[in-house]
Design a protein around this ligand. Structure first.
Ligand code: SF4
Length: 289
């Protein structure tokens, strides 16, 4: 009999890493499994950065009546340094002044570096929008999409069952000069296995497409390092990857949630070697089933 399950983008990305890890999270209540296999400084601040820095920026940039909007508009004619100064003065410094005691000096430095990495990535995108740099006040509202857009879409399985996917992307911008959108995803760790952040971004892209009819390009920003080359994927590549990867991944998530058979095991030397379940995962799920 067809059934419907509800899931999140982060759980789907976890399943992409290893379906058994998703089973540990959902059926055994294991916490923090998403950190397995991730390289970084131990301070996983992607969400912290998103909520307190970039989200505040997008709220101001997309709201014509805010003071921040006017400051951002003025800075766009002064170059990337000018924009970075506005972000530091209006968002980063007030955040550190109110919550700095919660963090070590190293963590504050990491957040500060994240501001630089992110502003550089935005500026690269703006350089392809002459109308924005010419007349920021007129064009900002079409470039900056308000943050925290909750999206939901249903994937239908062959037997009529459904997987309802919910998610909030980090940041979305639109280039009116080229009629293109770009999705930015912040990752608070160093560049490691591209497959997991990319699969997350592909799911957001699919959700955006289902809501707007536009497939965005995708840029993944690693806040923990000054990457030599940004990871940017064009809409055509995103479309191909969605078609090739998402249906199978959605079906795999459905199977873990339904739990009518043991989860698949990724058996990846690199990932399994640092996984806390490496000596028992197959026994655990074999016994349970
Ligand atoms: S050891 Fe490997 S196969 Fe087992 S749960 Fe961990 S990642 Fe998955």
């Amino acid at each position: 009999m067809p059934s419907t399950f509800y899931t999140s983008v982060s759980d789907i990305a976890l399943c992409q890493k290893c379906p058994a890890l998703l089973a540990y999270k959902l059926h055994k209540g294991e916490k923090g499994v998403w950190k397995i296999g991730i390289k970084g400084n131990g301070f996983h601040y992607g969400t912290l950065f998103h909520k307190n820095i970039s989200q505040v920026f997008f709220e101001g940039a997309s709201d014509k009546n805010s003071e921040l909007h006017a400051e951002i508009a003025a800075s766009l004619q002064g170059g990337a340094e000018s924009l970075e100064a506005v972000v530091r003065r209006n968002i980063f410094m007030p955040f550190i002044a109110s919550r700095g005691e919660e963090f070590t000096a190293g963590q504050i430095f990491a957040l500060a570096r994240g501001v630089t990495v992110w502003v550089r990535a935005m500026w690269d995108f703006f350089s392809g929008i002459p109308s924005l740099l010419r007349s920021p006040e007129i064009n900002m509202h079409t470039v900056f999409i308000p943050p925290e857009q909750k999206l939901k879409a249903r994937f239908k399985l062959p037997d009529g069952s459904g997987l309802v996917v919910n998610g909030c992307y980090d940041a979305l911008m639109f280039n009116p000069d080229r009629a293109e959108a770009r999705l930015f995803e912040f990752k608070g760790y160093m560049k490691s296995d591209i497959a997991v952040p990319l699969s997350q971004s592909l799911i957001y892209s699919w959700l955006i497409y289902r809501h707007t009819g536009i497939v965005p390009s995708v840029e993944i920003i690693y806040l923990d390092e000054y990457a030599k080359e940004p990871d940017i994927f064009a809409p055509s590549a995103v479309t191909e990857m969605i078609k090739a990867g998402l249906p199978g991944l959605f079906m795999s998530v459905f199977s873990v949630m339904a739990m009518k058979k043991p989860p698949e095991f990724v058996r990846s030397g690199k990932l399994c070697s640092c996984c806390k379940f490496k000596l028992k995962c197959e026994d655990d799920w074999g016994k349970m089933i």
